[in-house]
Design a protein around this ligand. Structure first.
Ligand code: PDD
Length: 287
């Protein structure tokens, strides 16, 4: 079957069906939050972490919902079962609801939950094997990038610049420091040590990033330094990679038209790609 959706608990077979009010605050203000959870072999990967981050985003946005994490787990399951899609991305968004347009939070709006499930585009996953190129762009985003909010214009502009440059990802830089990709976290590898921007309001705490930093790197005996670094450090790194739910660990072999290291996937990145694939295989076994 093709992509399907869910709105406030009800399955929607036709994604072009018109179901959202004109004055939904998601439309008018980008006033809401979202998550993207990958599905491998028919099982969600990292769903608990994604739902924990969702509830954190909701708290930070002061949006109160009637759903529990268990309700949301159930909706993910239903979408997988009813769509029959086994390798997928499940998108979930919650807006503050609809109310006459006014910047202030409305008193009585009911948050609106919508979800979709669709196959992961194979074009995204191919780069895990081949490596991908990226460009460096200014980070135009607001100062609460730790909230996974629907306000993504900075990210959209960055990703579009990457497309126009014919590359996979745009790596953003704020005040001289490399923050993260437009929809990924960024890592540079120098002398066997992983470096990535520290957790702060300037980046999203990626679920894939957390798995690399807290689980895979210690297991592989790799040191991780979470400190800001500049573009020069990134372009002179031995290796680089990005992490994200729809691209796992993807090697970055070129930055701004110059090779990273020798321009091939390096040994540390390769180890992490393999360890991540193995972890997914354990969590979501085939059959
Ligand atoms: N993006 N940084 C940003 C700005 C992101 O948008 C994402 C995810 C990540 C990686 O987070 P995670 O490992 O939890 O997927 C980092 C999703 C996939 C998206 O917007 O489509």
């Amino acid at each position: 079957m093709g992509p399907i959706g869910l709105i406030d608990g009800r399955i929607v077979a036709d994604l072009s069906e018109k179901l959202v009010e004109m004055e939904d605050r998601g439309y008018q203000f980008g006033d809401g939050v979202y998550e993207v959870t990958p599905v491998f072999n028919g099982r969600c990967f990292g769903l608990q972490r994604h739902m924990e981050r969702l509830f954190r985003s909701l708290r930070e946005m002061r949006i109160t919902v009637g759903y529990s994490a268990e309700d949301l787990y159930g909706y993910h399951e239903r979408l997988i079962q009813e769509s029959g899609i086994v390798d997928a991305g499940i998108y979930l968004q919650i807006t503050r609801g609809f109310a006459p347009r006014n910047h202030n939070f409305p008193d009585n709006a009911a948050p609106r939950l919508t979800m979709t499930v669709r196959p992961i585009p194979p074009s995204l996953l191919q780069y895990i094997e081949t490596g991908a190129e990226a460009i460096v762009v200014p980070d135009l985003r607001w100062l609460r990038c730790d909230i996974k909010s629907l306000n993504l214009l900075g990210n959209v502009f960055a990703k579009e610049q990457a497309k126009e440059a014919g590359v996979f990802e745009a790596i953003q830089v704020r005040d001289g420091a490399v923050t993260e990709g437009s929809s990924t976290n960024f890592f540079a590898v120098k002398d066997g040590v992983l470096r990535t921007h520290p957790l702060s309001n300037l980046i999203l705490q990626g679920v894939t990033r957390t798995i690399v930093v807290d689980e895979l790197a210690p297991k592989l005996g790799l040191k991780v330094v979470e400190e800001p670094f500049g573009v020069d450090f990134a372009t002179n790194a031995d290796e680089a990679f990005v992490t994200g739910s729809l691209c796992n660990v993807t090697p970055i072999t070129g930055l701004d038209g110059r090779p990273v290291g020798d321009g091939r996937i390096g040994p540390v990145t390769r180890q992490l790609v393999e360890a991540f694939t193995a972890l997914v295989g354990q969590a979501c076994p085939k059959g």
